[in-house]
Design a protein around this ligand. Structure first.
Ligand SMILES: Cc1cc2nc3c(=O)[nH]c(=O)nc-3n(C[C@H](O)[C@H](O)[C@H](O)COP(=O)(O)OP(=O)(O)OC[C@H]3O[C@@H](n4cnc5c(N)ncnc54)[C@H](O)[C@@H]3O)c2cc1C
Length: 490
């Protein structure tokens, strides 16, 4: 049926198949059409600048899960908040785009638990020692380091031995088999929910433990609490977390300026089909205008679920099978604007487990540090509340009305920061049906398989192919561009 509609469009509606500004009867054939203007799709387009490329994005702006909003003088992240130190293709792109990277000043992390705030780089360490003992903490930190060292072998993922085992067990199983006290589960369960929208018993040990190890990078163990305090005070103040004055969204904005007319926004792709040697990409522009574009190669840079839906007629059986095994966690962020800061003592305040909210980010933390004079004219303050499901299978975040979600969040922030809801003067809610691809057990194995599949010109990009972070999504776009070039040159 899809083929029939496409043939109909090609034969009888030639004008509909034209790109904007084209006047010929013969529809133009692009080298590559890219679906999705998140960082994966944008990076792919950027690395295909010698080719004739068209990127289609359904929203009115690019950026996807890494877009930045603006409320009066406050820039705030709707999704991605920070990066690790960018490397390779991403670092090069940031440099070429002329963007100034800012290291997030310390304290970047503060943990709230039992009415207390544990401040600083190793605040979590202090909390864990206080709630267990120094010996348990040393054992835990060392086991994480060992895990981290093993992880260095990725991405040479042959996934043998211990790596394969860690891919196949959940993080909770790892905590259980090491007999760590319950407090460790609680502290890291909320970390996993905040970072990936999934609980410790849902996410693969291999996927999440290196993330936890990052907290104690270089920590060699201590004999007593005095030594721990000394170790804590010896930190150099660097956080290893980065952003831009206007948030991570500065990258998609700069890329969209750089790519100019190669991007068409407000264009939702509905289907992709193979027509002879080419691909036919059908879409709806501005909510009502049906169009189609032809290309020699297509990069689908959306979530796996969307790729499966729109690519149904063109994906191989193996691609479909692997894509259908990717599960997603829903997620929401609630930006609260206030007449005075709700919390301005650090970048990320992590809340104890059991709440709808996992983190409160202070939106102006970086601006306060790097652009202090601008702060003098500040007419509002912003905090971004992360609302994560208790389990990725729980979709209530998508089902609550805006009013219900806001009211739950305001009650929750008052429990942590009493009286703060009274200062809220505005808000913006962003919901993500496909917030994070969940790295369920076996997901590394699945990635290896997905990478091996030859899509015959239909190429996949997106964070679910590597790791659910901005930088990994950018890498997937870079790799997709390489695959497209290889396909075009064959
Ligand atoms: C709340 C939240 C916080 C996060 N925080 C961080 C963080 O601090 N650091 C970090 O590294 N990572 C973070 N991440 C993860 C990071 O944002 C993502 O891994 C990354 O942005 C994914 O990029 P992507 O291009 O793969 O997907 P997306 O950004 O989702 O891009 C896909 C694009 O495709 C478009 N699209 C979908 N369907 C169609 C269609 N039919 N036609 C046309 N276009 C379509 C979408 O509108 C979207 O723009 C966070 C994610 C969330 C949800």
């Amino acid at each position: 049926m899809i083929h029939f509609i496409i043939l109909f469009l090609i034969c009888f509606l030639p004008c509909a198949a034209l790109g904007a500004g084209e006047v010929n009867d013969t529809p133009k054939v692009y080298d590559v059409v890219i679906v999705g203007g998140g960082i994966a799709g944008l990076t792919a387009a950027y690395n295909l600048d010698d080719y004739d490329v068209l990127l289609l994005e359904m929203k009115k702006e690019v950026g996807g899960r890494a877009s930045t909003g603006q409320y009066r003088t406050v820039s705030f992240a709707r999704g991605a908040e920070y990066l690790g130190k960018p490397e390779d293709a991403l670092a090069e792109m940031i440099d070429e785009l002329g963007l100034t990277l800012r290291e997030i000043p310390a304290p970047a992390d503060i943990v709230f638990r039992g009415g207390k705030f544990y401040v600083g780089e190793l605040g979590k360490a202090r909390l864990l020692v206080e709630k267990s003992n120094i010996g348990e903490f040393n054992r835990f930190a060392r086991r994480l380091q060992e895990m981290y060292d093993t992880y260095d072998e990725i991405p040479d993922i042959s996934l043998k031995g211990e790596l394969a085992r860690m891919d196949n067990i959940t993080a909770k199983q790892w905590f259980d088999e090491n007999h760590f006290p319950q407090i460790y589960h609680e502290v890291y369960n909320v970390t996993a929910r905040g970072l990936f929208g999934a609980a410790l018993d849902e996410i693969s040990a291999l996927a999440v433990l290196p993330e936890f190890a990052f907290d104690f990078d270089g920590f060699e163990g201590v004999d007593d609490e005095d030594e721990l305090a000394l170790e804590l005070s010896e930190t150099d103040g660097s956080t290893g977390m980065y952003t831009f004055d206007k948030g991570i969204g500065a990258i998609p904005v700069a890329l969209s300026q750089d790519l100019g007319d190669s991007i068409r926004t407000n264009t939702r792709v509905t289907a992709i089909a193979r027509v002879g040697e080419l691909f036919e990409v059908s879409c709806i522009e501005n909510g009502n205008k049906e169009l189609s574009y032809r290309a020699e190669a297509v990069i689908i840079a959306t979530s796996a679920a969307v790729a499966l839906d729109i690519g149904d007629g063109a994906l191989s059986g193996r691609q479909r099978q692997l894509l259908s095994s990717v599960e997603y966690a829903p997620y929401a962020t609630i930006a609260l604007f206030s007449d005075s800061p709700i919390f301005d003592k650090g970048f990320d305040l992590a809340i104890e487990d059991g709440n709808i909210l996992t983190d409160i980010y202070y939106a102006s933390w970086v601006a306060d540090h790097y652009l202090p004079r601008k702060g003098e004219n500040r007419d509002a303050w912003g905090s971004v509340i992360c609302a994560a499901p208790k389990s990725y299978r729980d979709h209530s975040l998508l089902e609550l009305s805006d009013k219900e979600l806001l009211s739950e969040v305001l009650v929750a922030i008052d429990k942590v920061l009493p009286g703060s809801s009274a200062h809220v003067v505005g808000h913006e809610i962003t919901r993500f049906r496909h917030g994070f691809p969940v790295m369920t057990p076996g997901s590394y194995q699945r990635m290896v398989e997905l990478d091996k599949v030859d899509g015959q010109g239909l190429i996949l990009a997106g964070d679910y192919l590597i790791y659910p972070t901005f930088e990994a999504a950018a890498s997937s776009g870079y790799l997709a561009a390489e695959k497209a070039i290889e396909w075009l040159s064959d």
